[in-house]
Design a protein around this ligand. Structure first.
Ligand code: ZN
Ligand code: ZN
Length: 350
């Protein structure tokens, strides 16, 4: 078996980065998995983490290992946490404990703890680079604060850790049995820039306000233009935070199920969040029941419908229009149905 290397990453690096200065570990010393400094032993068994590299950056995995299907475990390296980074981990624990909803959303307390710790590592690394940041209290006051912190800093912090030089792929310049000369001294220009950009993004997101946001211009698979409103209610914009990719939900439906004329061509486009929630409530089928649910939720009419209540309900995307004309989105949900006040009256008293 031959392995072909088509690109050599070293040739794409234009600016030389400062040489990494490390020290060789002695005796039972281990490197801190976050900031990289040497930590003197002995270490409590629970404090030692074993990193396993499945390869080295730029070095093809031996063909025999690829063929055997076994993950290559080329090198392991034991690391621990220095007192300062252990303190950060304790702070991360406190953040997770103070905001149980954050771990609940992530689905695992351990993963939440890891993400918060990486974000705090990012702040620590930024401080070591001389970058001033907001205090931890300000950055973790509410659940939303914590979610933004994780969204912007976790991956940059994780990538900047000493441990990231060893697992899952060993960096070209990583040598086992070494430590960083100073805390975060191993952070190169590239990671430093990533950390700064991530923090700038966090600051922007923290002051961002929701803005009217139209559905994506294309269908989810980018193959065709999407209708410019919610397929159900026709609303042309919803309030969403900049960069929020969950404001619109991709769907495919048949025209007849939406109250339109039967067509072999399905309608593909986007639902606003309230309409999407209605679809979920009724079990996921895109049809009259889901549309009724969405309309009733919008009208604030809590009653359950009988089968005949809203016969003939038509989704915005299948309203009949003159041939060739582009459907105009509704300024308010369901405006294509005409007077909703009248409908509310009927539903309440009818
Ligand atoms: Zn450390
Ligand atoms: Zn809608």
């Amino acid at each position: 078996m031959t392995t072909t290397t088509t690109t050599n990453p070293t040739t794409t690096t234009t600016e030389p980065r400062p040489a990494l200065v490390t020290l060789a570990l002695e005796g039972g010393d281990l490197a801190c998995l976050a900031c990289g400094v040497a930590v003197h032993g002995p270490h409590a068994p629970g404090a030692v983490v074993t990193l396993a590299a499945t390869g080295r950056d730029g070095v093809p995995t031996p063909a025999a290992l690829v063929e055997s299907g076994m993950p290559a475990r080329l090198q392991t390296e034991e690391v621990t946490r220095c007192p300062s980074c252990e303190k950060l981990r304790m702070q991360a624990l406190a953040v997770v404990a103070a905001h149980p909803a954050v771990a609940h959303r992530i689905g695992s307390r351990d993963i939440a703890l890891h993400r918060v710790e990486c974000a705090l590592d990012a702040l620590d690394a930024l401080a070591s680079l001389g970058h001033r940041t907001l205090g931890l209290d300000a950055l973790t006051r509410s659940g939303k604060d914590v979610r933004l912190l994780l969204a912007y800093l976790t991956s940059a912090g994780g990538a900047a850790r000493w441990a990231a030089r060893f697992a899952p792929i060993m960096a070209r310049n990583a040598t086992t049995g070494t430590a960083a000369l100073t805390a975060w001294g191993h952070v190169d220009d590239e990671h430093a820039a990533t950390l700064r950009d991530a923090y700038a993004g966090l600051l922007r997101a923290r002051v961002a306000v929701p803005r009217p946001t139209a559905p994506p211009a294309l269908t989810a698979d980018h193959s065709a233009p999407a209708p410019r409103g919610c397929l159900f209610c026709g609303v042309g914009a919803v309030l969403a935070m900049p960069g929020d990719h969950n404001a619109w939900h991709p769907v495919t439906a048949t025209t007849s199920a939406l109250g339109g004329r039967p067509s072999p061509e399905p309608v593909r486009g986007w639902l606003c969040s309230p309409c999407d929630a209605a679809v979920e409530q009724v079990g996921g089928a895109l049809g009259p029941t889901a549309m009724e649910r969405a309309l009733l939720d919008h009208l604030g009419v809590g009653r359950t419908l009988s089968a005949t209540d809203l016969v003939g309900l038509v989704a915005w995307c299948v309203v009949r229009r003159p041939a060739g004309s582009q459907p105009t989105p509704n300024a308010t949900p369901w405006a294509h149905l005409g007077s909703l006040a009248h409908l509310v009256d009927e539903l309440r008293h009818g």
